[in-house]
Design a protein around this ligand. Structure first.
Ligand code: HEM
Length: 331
């Protein structure tokens, strides 16, 4: 059997997005969630057709705690259990990474819906129909609405997303597990081929403190110039920039990229300014290593200075299964 990744993983940056994290209501049977996920492609098509130029897409992630329960079904007559897809090898909750000054948080979440379009109304309508289909089988843990800010800038004022791999390179090298990436294949039940991991973190910024820095200081923290987005040289020692801390190489010197689709969110009236970080990777350890270098620091103690102005209030890991696994949930 061949597996296909959710095509939405490589949707180009859109003007609007909703990041919806849900938790299963334990009193409710899992079948309603299974059925909704199995039909998700149809639901997305209902919305996308309303304006084909709006790049509507939805990517579904399944959390570490619910994975086994959701993908294992029991035959009511024989009592026999069967698994739709083997557990992805690295899937586990996001660890709490504690540095001397800053720490990640690890917050609950069974399902992630990364809903994207140039049109806010299409994201809204999909969310409405989705929540109606899921009914009381879930509760909302977090729903964040992001918007594209000028020329893809975050609220710190920097262009965000530049170094992202694109097209085939994003899929094959960065975000989606291929056959060669999974050891010990076991017949038809694969360990996540065609899928990948995704980590989300919702950051709140202290913009007054950030804006009190000079542009040069800000540029040193990010590792790029602010106005024209030119990459600065990496520091060889001491304090590293965000760009350097999030560049990951393995023992053989191979660089491991991830696919990001960060979005600003917030409300000037409510005094809330944030960045919703979302990173897709076929290797969960790559994102965890980035977080370790940011929070614990590299060298240890020299944390990412972006964190002195940005606090994570959520943090959750999910697995984005291939289309065939989602469809298989329908029985
Ligand atoms: C690069 C902003 C959190 C991973 C960048 C850049 C900006 C930025 C402005 C430079 C332009 C670009 O290549 O996109 C932010 C903000 C964050 C945040 C505002 C939250 C407050 C994170 C987190 C991770 C991450 C949590 C990973 C766990 C990366 C990577 C790059 C990058 C991989 C590209 C590095 C390279 O040049 O190869 N980020 N980021 N970022 N960031 Fe972040």
């Amino acid at each position: 059997m061949s597996y296909h990744h959710q095509p939405s993983i490589t949707t180009p940056l859109t003007g609007s997005a909703t990041f919806l994290v849900l938790a299963h209501q334990p009193s409710s049977p899992l079948d309603r969630i299974r059925k909704t996920l199995a039909d998700i492609d149809g639901l997305a098509k209902n919305i996308a057709i309303r304006d084909i130029r709006s790049d509507f897409a939805c990517t579904v992630g399944i959390g570490a705690d619910i994975w086994d329960r959701l993908t294992t079904t029991t035959n009511p007559t024989t009592g026999q259990t069967s698994s739709i897809c083997r557990r992805p090898p690295e899937l586990k909750p996001l660890p709490v990474l504690r540095g001397a000054v800053h720490a990640t948080v690890s917050t609950p979440g069974d399902l992630l819906f990364h809903i994207r379009s140039h049109r806010r109304d299409l994201c809204f309508e999909f969310e409405r129909q989705l929540l109606k289909a899921l009914g009381d089988s879930v509760r909302v843990v977090d729903a964040t609405v992001g918007f594209r800010y000028f020329d893809a800038r975050d609220l710190l004022g920097f262009v965000d997303g530049t170094a992202n791999p694109v097209g085939e390179r994003a899929v094959v090298n960065a975000a989606v597990l291929g056959e060669g990436d999974v050891d010990g294949l076991d017949g038809e039940i694969e360990g996540g081929i065609g899928g990948g991991y995704v980590v989300v973190q919702k950051y709140l910024h202290n913009l007054d403190a950030w804006n009190a820095l000079s542009t040069e200081e800000q540029e040193g923290i990010i590792g790029r110039t602010k106005f024209d987005n030119v990459e600065l040289d990496d520091a060889e020692e001491g304090q590293r920039s965000h760009k350097t801390l999030t560049t990951i190489e393995d023992e053989e010197g191979n660089e491991h990229e991830i696919v990001r689709d960060n979005m600003p969110f917030g409300s000037p009236a409510g005094g809330e300014y944030g960045t919703y970080f979302i990173g897709y990777s076929k290797r969960l350890w790559v994102i965890e290593r980035m977080l370790e270098r940011m929070f614990v620091g590299f060298p240890e103690g020299k944390h990412d200075r972006i964190l002195d102005f940005s606090t994570p209030v959520t943090g959750t890991t999910f697995f984005v299964p291939p289309v065939e696994t989602l469809q298989g949930l329908g029985g």
